[in-house]
Design a protein around this ligand. Structure first.
Ligand code: BV8
Ligand code: ZN
Length: 234
């Protein structure tokens, strides 16, 4: 039983991290979808660095929730047959114990040097232009994928989608591509698709089983269900 789980901001909402769709969805009056663009970084690097420095600092004030922990338990049972593909740049999946996680949109706790093209684990700030640990240049940017940039690990993701027996989407609005198209990959292969989401998403009609509710309730219940089912017996 090979399972691919796609997660979005909704799985981290109950840990205290705002989603992109939350209430006003604005950061200091700016639309995050606008700030998260290379053009914005070129036009106002300080604004963009501050946006990510604040979100990186916020990670120190939150913890994984029951949904993250349930997926880590599922990985213990399924091992290599589970892959978590996350759009989230937070590290709550890993802090919950998940190891088979692909950050298709990058990570907040990493910096990318555009001078020597190396990436470095990073928990501090970038606004103050710290030198690159590799080459010393002051050319570090957040290691996240901005709109118009190519998502990470697409080959690995596509291979897992073509190989899976079950596709599950958790806490995502299905607005941003190519992630929003993954359910189509699964459907094209006749694979069962399940959605666990607080509200209806743009892709809800594409799921065989679309459940409504908070991730901290839906995900542990779904994991117990799968593990209890004979399919969960390795
Ligand atoms: C690319 C990192 C080429 C940075 C992010 C026109 C039409 C179609 C597509 C396009 C178009 N014009 C441009 C595009 C492409 C564009 C795109 O999709 N634009 C959209 C806006 C139309 N995409 C790109 O540019 C991508 N690159 O396409 O390159 C390519 C393609 C294929 C292969 C090779 C090359 C790059 C996109 C990545 C941008 N970076 N993040 C950062 O984080 O700052 S995107 C970012 O926004 C997130 O990572 C995530 O992807 C998205 C936010 O969506 P969600 O995570 O779903 O969050 P949201 O707030 O929207 O929804 C939350 C959901 O959770 C809701 O449904 C809610 O009901 C639910 N929820 C809330 N609370 C709970 C809950 N569920 C359960 N429990 C709860 N408690
Ligand atoms: Zn460098």
């Amino acid at each position: 039983m090979r399972v691919v789980v796609l997660t979005g901001a909704g799985i981290s909402a109950e840990s205290g991290l705002p989603t992109f769709r939350d209430a006003d969805g604005l950061w200091e009056g700016h639309d995050p979808m606008v700030v998260a663009r290379p053009e914005s970084f070129a036009a106002d690097p300080d604004l963009v660095q501050r946006f990510y420095d604040e979100r990186r600092a916020a990670l120190g004030r939150v913890e994984p929730n029951a949904a993250h922990l349930a997926l880590a338990r599922l990985e213990e049972a399924l091992g290599d047959d589970l892959l978590v593909v996350t759009q989230n740049v937070d590290d709550l999946h890993e802090r919950a114990g998940s190891m088979r996680v692909v950050h298709m949109h990058g990570r907040l706790r990493a910096a990318w040097c555009t001078a020597c093209d190396t990436r470095h684990d990073w928990t501090g700030t970038l606004l103050d232009l710290p030198p690159c640990p590799g080459c010393g240049a002051e050319r570090l940017r957040p290691d996240v994928v901005w709109f118009g940039e190519v998502p990470y690990d697409m080959d690995r993701i596509e291979a897992a989608l073509w190989d899976c027996d079950l596709f599950v989407s958790i806490g995502t609005s299905g607005v941003v591509y190519p992630a929003a198209a993954f359910v189509q990959y699964a459907l094209a292969r006749g694979v069962r698709t399940v959605e666990l989401n607080l509200d209806a998403s743009d892709g809800s009609s594409d799921f065989h089983d679309s459940r409504r509710g908070p991730a901290t309730e839906l995900v542990p219940a779904w994991v117990e269900e799968l593990l209890a089912s004979e399919l969960g017996q390795k």
